[in-house]
Design a protein around this ligand. Sequence first.
Ligand code: ATP
Ligand code: MG
Length: 330
Amino acid sequence: MKRMLTGIKPTGKLTLGNYIGAIKPCLDYQDDYEMFIFIANQHAITINIDPKELKQNTKDLITLYLASGLDPNKVTLFLQSDVPAHAQLGWAMTCHAYMGELNRMTQYKDKCAKGETNLTAGLFTYPALMAADILLYDADYVPVGVDQKQHVELTRTLAERFNNRYGEVFRVPDPLISKVGAKIYSLQDPTKKMSKSEDNPKGTINLLDEPSVARKKIMSAVTDSYANLVYDPEKQPGLANLMQILSVITGEAIESIADRFNGKGYGELKKEVGDAVYELLSGLQARYHEIQNSGIVEEILAQGAAKASVIADRKVAKIYRKLGFKLFKK
Ligand code: ATP
Ligand code: MG
């Protein structure tokens, strides 16, 4: 079975964009791949975050992942900080990444361009930690949204650099980007990504939003004002965004949705998308409350960390030997 790995930062509240771009692919893949899913809490502290908020976000996130239908018997779900190998290999990766490479990473570049000050060194070096996260497990594939592609490319570069310098130690992973839903946009500005760290309540649907509130947000989504509803992400991005949301939630192909709404009005489409989102959130939230009250999360995380550690520790031991850290055989 091919191996797949994905992580998510517990910063902010999970959005519909996260569900469509990150959670849904995991659901679709969990039967056919060996999946590792980790909560990237070490990435979360690259920005100033209140520990109480971090804890709550982490709990919500795991519970929402499970509520979405991830089966803990099929996937390995764990906290990054529970597996020290991430930080250990992360340092080795940081020492093999060049300043120029990290300088080109968009998250850091964007924040600099916006004139943000007091950026941490961690925010600059975290792509090296992310490379470690992936390479520890010899992942074949990393399912990501478009925004993360650059990170996987750096991971490939670092893996190849290691392999050239120390012999074949890492599998070079491939990014896996869905054709539909790889980038869901803000409902109020269809040129901007829907993000959990963006403070735009009307443009963002949180997975824990009251379902009727979420439906209203869809109904008041900014669309274009062409006479005809045509699926064209370039010319009609607001409309394409809604069609993508509907397609991923219901499983209906984009072409079929576009055909059905040909000649119809925006209101009809919005109503259908609003209903689909309403149904999705209602079901998700019912399961969320069940899991929250069940107390099973602690055990799932302990099992996940134990399973991940076996693989990750072995990889770190190998790298430590290659780097010249190990003086003796045992
Ligand atoms: P932040 O604003 O804190 O960066 P985020 O919403 O971008 O939050 P991440 O933790 O950076 O979330 O990414 C988690 C996963 O969700 C990644 O796989 C990313 O590609 C995916 N993702 C995030 N936003 C979207 C979106 N709007 N559409 C599709 N996928 C998304
Ligand atoms: Mg992001």
